[in-house]
Design a protein around this ligand. Structure first.
Ligand SMILES: [Zn+2]
Length: 336
């Protein structure tokens, strides 16, 4: 009898454990569904960069002669990068110094005093058509005059509007990198920052480029310089989607724990986006991208904690765009 009771208890235990594990796996899927949808939506952002007519329009705006002259100068001094790489570096400088304006809060159009962001409002049909889904209300600290500040998502409008924060900067800069002929990724970080990567044919790797900071190949800038803690960093492009967190988060103690999705589900979600983006490519093109994917994984392996090389002085700097309080609240002021 003892044997029967034992086996009954064992069966009950087994059923109980199965139910728990089923519930856990079901709840993991249910919980991760919004994040998978978010990734799918985000993956469309850089697809705008493939609009040939828009790229032509963007090229008309660029000071091409100046950018090429600077790139060739730099190439003469150091041939470890290509002219194309230097072209993007020249673009970084021009974009920040001569093209775009960073806006925390607008200057009052009546009395030129500073303003505060006091709320938001609905976009007008025109703003909506140009890709502004949010409009901030800025109020003058001195005369209380209120101004609208549309946050445009479409790079076509941004080419003439030329104002915003990292979202607008990275979006428009990515388009211009693509217009100049570089393979370009739009990089999304779950902790509210976006930037760019371009592929270097000379170095055979993806290069970090953050136009807000005129940063080139300084992937540890956020973790070391800003003291920013990050969980997910995902690259999106016309060639697919990739988890590139390992390039930017090198020290596990400085990372935010990843809880939005299981690692397996994340891998599947990104693979699905990649497969659909590459569906129309030739088998040779697909094979070439897959070989590059493998090289990137090998690159990430070299970033294992303790083996990574020291940061450069360029990476060990606090955030340059954004006012003090704004960066402090975001935990990006370099206070570790
Ligand atoms: Zn005013």
């Amino acid at each position: 009898m003892a044997t029967t009771a034992d086996s009954w208890l064992r069966d009950i235990g087994l059923i109980y454990r199965r139910t728990i594990s089923q519930r856990r796996s079901m709840s993991a899927s249910a919980d991760s569904a919004p994040f998978i949808r978010q990734l799918q939506n985000l993956s469309h952002v850089p697809m705008i960069y493939e609009d040939v007519e828009l790229l032509d329009y963007a090229l008309e705006i660029l000071p091409l002669q100046d950018l090429y002259a600077e790139a060739e100068d730099l190439y003469e001094k150091d041939k470890s990068w290509s002219t194309q790489d230097y072209l993007i570096r020249a673009l970084l400088k021009w974009f920040r110094n001569s093209f775009f304006v960073w806006v925390n809060a607008l200057k009052c159009t009546r009395c030129s005093s500073e303003s505060n962001v006091v709320g938001s409002t609905q976009p007008t049909p025109d703003e909506l058509r140009d890709g502004a889904h949010r409009v901030e209300i800025h109020e003058c600290k001195s005369c209380q005059h209120r101004m609208r500040f549309p946050r445009y998502d479409h790079p076509r409008k941004l080419l003439t509007f030329r104002k915003g924060r990292c979202g607008e900067w990275a979006n428009c800069f990515g388009l211009l990198c693509r217009a100049l002929g570089s393979r370009t990724r739009w990089i999304w970080n779950a902790e509210d920052h976006v930037w760019t990567e371009v592929y270097s044919d000379a170095q055979k790797r993806w290069i970090h480029a953050d136009v807000c900071e005129t940063a080139w190949d300084q992937p540890r800038l956020y973790e070391e310089g800003w003291g920013k803690k990050m969980s997910y960093v995902i690259a999106f492009s016309a060639e697919g989607a990739k988890d590139v967190t390992k390039r930017y988060v090198r020290v596990p103690e400085k990372a935010i724990h990843r809880t939005k999705i299981s690692e397996t589900e994340l891998g599947v979600a990104l693979r699905n986006i990649t497969t659909s983006r590459r569906a129309s490519l030739s088998p040779q093109e697909r094979a070439s991208l897959e070989s590059e994917d493998k090289d990137e994984i090998k690159e990430f392996v070299t970033y294992i904690y303790g083996m990574s090389v020291a940061t450069s002085s360029e990476e060990n700097r606090p955030r340059e765009t954004g006012a003090g309080e704004w960066t402090r609240v975001r935990g990006e002021d370099g206070a570790h």
